[in-house]
Design a protein around this ligand. Sequence first.
Ligand code: SF4
Length: 403
Amino acid sequence: MPRLSAQSRLKSVLKNYYAGLQSPLAWCTSAGPTEILRALGFEVYFPENHGALLGASRLAERYIPRAHQAGYGGEICSYLTADIGAHLAGETPLTAAYGLPAVPKPDLIVYNTNQCREVAEWFNFFGRQHGCPVVGIYPPRNLEQVHAADVDQVVAQFDRLISTGEQVTGKPLDRDRLWEVTRLSFEASGLWQEVLQTARRSPAPLTFFDGTILMAPIVVMRGTQGCVEFYRQTLGELQQLVDGGRGAVPDEGIRLYWEGMPIWGRLRWFSEICAENRAAVVASTYCNSWAFKENDPDNPLRSLATAYTEIFINRGEETKLAYVQKMLDLYRIDGVIFHDAKTCFNNSNSRFGLPSRLQSASGVDTLIIDGDLNDLRFFSDGQSRTKLETFFEQLHMKMVAAQ
Ligand code: SF4
């Protein structure tokens, strides 16, 4: 039985979302301009969410070799290889989970390389498979500052996307609808951030591992009233837990930050080992990646272009360091776990010295865990357990010494 009633509600919320995926249907990256697609009249499907589902249901390893056989390498994004492999096998966990006979076919495919170039390879594969138009948004990458000229570039690309979308649907973009969808999207995003920030309190009412489950609507339903309602109710539930002093981890002792991708096939494993050691992972960069800020309410396209260009994964090293440092203060963090995901260097920030620079700047201890988002051949239970238990012990001893 789930600990939070939000987790039970999520099942029916997602079932409705999947049941509604009718044509005209667009496929989109998780930090792509879904609001524009909704305003054009598309329902929106997210292949990355499918990739995560393949990982969480531990089916990824069955399908990844199929993608290898088709020429996709063993060390490239394992969302991509799991998703393409499942397609080649003609199977999907959406059948068992939500009753869909197959992944719904796209009328338009849209990606944003704000997160990585891999999405271009991945989504173009499906464009060829389904014979539909594919539009790529290519913002400037690795930015320390996001300037007006950077946003201008993205807005111009959104204009091209709108014109392709209008050709596919045969209808002009409804500007009022874009306004409304964008407002709903930022409202849900703000609520999602408030949900995550309930974990600033000690004991934290939710952990990173809860967050990876509860984040599904902010990824796949951004811009809908249902998404806003889901997070409003979830926030109410979490606030009650905070008021009652009820934490997710019994007798919370140390507070941790997770940097990098989840290891989808080991969420429960991590959750249990943390609980056994009175360690609460109370915040993460990953879950906060969908906490967007509305910058220009009078101009939806500029607001969206700014929000999707400002995301953490698209920023320079100094900005990333400053961001994580701020999070450590905000959540009163005792230690940071960096996940070095072998098939996603884009979202693995442990390889260019960030852990040691963060440790020097903040005094907070860091640990690097080797693994992967979906490909568990890169993850060792035994080695990870030893590393984690040693790290937890070190942090507990440090806390005792400080008292
Ligand atoms: S950011 Fe990483 S996990 Fe996400 S699509 Fe790109 S390579 Fe894959």
